[in-house]
Design a protein around this ligand. Structure first.
Ligand code: BJW
Ligand code: ZN
Length: 261
């Protein structure tokens, strides 16, 4: 049928893209990986954008801004406690595991994630920088102490700081807020030092994280993208592998092992 792309054609396109990705990667020394919500989609966690995205159900202004905290902090907490429950029920998928396994193949592997779900650490990646915080942390709005906490029920919302009694907020980065400076500068340093950047499951529209692939390319690194569909990053990528990251990343890793052993 005219215009119809068969499953076999799709599979061979992916295979061919993976071969090109392997050729572009086999001689790399330092590897950085930038990840987004699409990587955790196959762990059952929703993405933010797109038809089934979180921002289709609830507006970011209502639950992910400083204004939202000022207006209705309890609502912001309830939304994120739901998210914490979902994350507690999620396990790293084969994509997270493939990224962790890169450490056995390259000397330096740096993971830069926009995700707040802790799944890279659970999969065994040892060098992870979190650009947008972590759903299992909260910080005091008065004394700034940070607490790690996996609770999903509190007698009072927002919960109070055990040390000074101030209001605790999630230690995640909302729209209009600065990213943690140490995390952001490390991320820029790593993409500058790497010669290969894998960009996985991100729409590439949220600043300043979306600048990292451009910075890597300008600093001479090859950029390989893994996504379901084209994004703004596709235009600068050496190769884009279209498909589910939980499938394509392990395929990439296996093919890469074949040429590096
Ligand atoms: C798959 C798949 C599968 C699916 N396999 N792939 C300059 C210009 C314009 C705007 C700005 C700017 N500078 C700052 C801004 C404002 C704003 C911004 O960027 N807005 C844009 C949206 C326009 N940025 C900020 O406010 C940031 N702060 C900042 O810059 O401070 C300085 C400043 C402030 C004000 C003005 C100027 C400067 C902070 C951003 C904080 C983002 N926070 C969130 C929420 C945190 C947690 C929470 O509350 O729940 O972080 S928003 C949300 O988006 C979350 C994500 O980390 C982030 C990125 O999303 P991601 O990961 O890319 O996911 P999706 O859903 O967008 O995409 C999923 C992708 O996966 C898709 O491409 C799918 O195809 C793919 N996919 N399944 C492979 N199985
Ligand atoms: Zn405090």
């Amino acid at each position: 049928m005219a215009g119809h792309i068969s499953k076999a054609d799709e599979d061979s396109e992916v295979k061919e893209a993976i071969q090109r990705a392997v050729s572009a990667s086999s001689k790399a020394k330092g590897v950085a990986v930038l990840t987004g919500a699409g990587l955790s989609a196959d762990s059952g966690l929703p993405t933010f954008r797109g038809p089934d995205g979180i921002w289709e159900r609830v507006s970011a202004e209502e639950v992910a801004t400083l204004d939202a905290i000022k207006r209705d902090h309890r609502r912001v907490w309830e939304f994120h406690l739901d998210m914490r429950r979902s994350v507690l029920g999620a396990r790293p998928n084969a994509g997270h595991e493939a990224i962790a396994m890169l450490e056995s193949m390259y000397k330096d592997v740096w993971v830069i994630t926009q995700n707040i779900d802790n799944l890279h650490q659970e999969a065994g990646s040892t060098c992870v920088v979190e650009l947008h915080g972590n759903i299992f942390q909260q910080r005091c709005m008065d004394c700034t102490r940070v607490y790690t906490d996996r609770s999903t029920h509190y007698p009072e919302l927002p919960p109070r700081c055990p040390s000074c009694g101030g209001e605790l907020r999630l230690n995640v980065v909302f729209f209009g807020e600065q990213l943690p400076q140490h995390a952001l500068s490390r991320a820029f340093e790593w993409v500058e030092r790497c010669d290969l950047l894998l960009v996985v499951g991100t729409s590439g529209v949220v600043m300043p994280a979306a600048l990292l692939p451009y910075h890597a390319a300008e600093s001479g690194a090859r950029v390989i993208e893994f996504n379901l569909e084209p994004t703004p990053i596709t235009t600068i990528a050496t190769v884009s592998v279209f498909g589910r990251a939980s499938k394509t990343l392990p395929q990439f890793l296996t093919a890469l092992k074949g040429v590096m052993d």
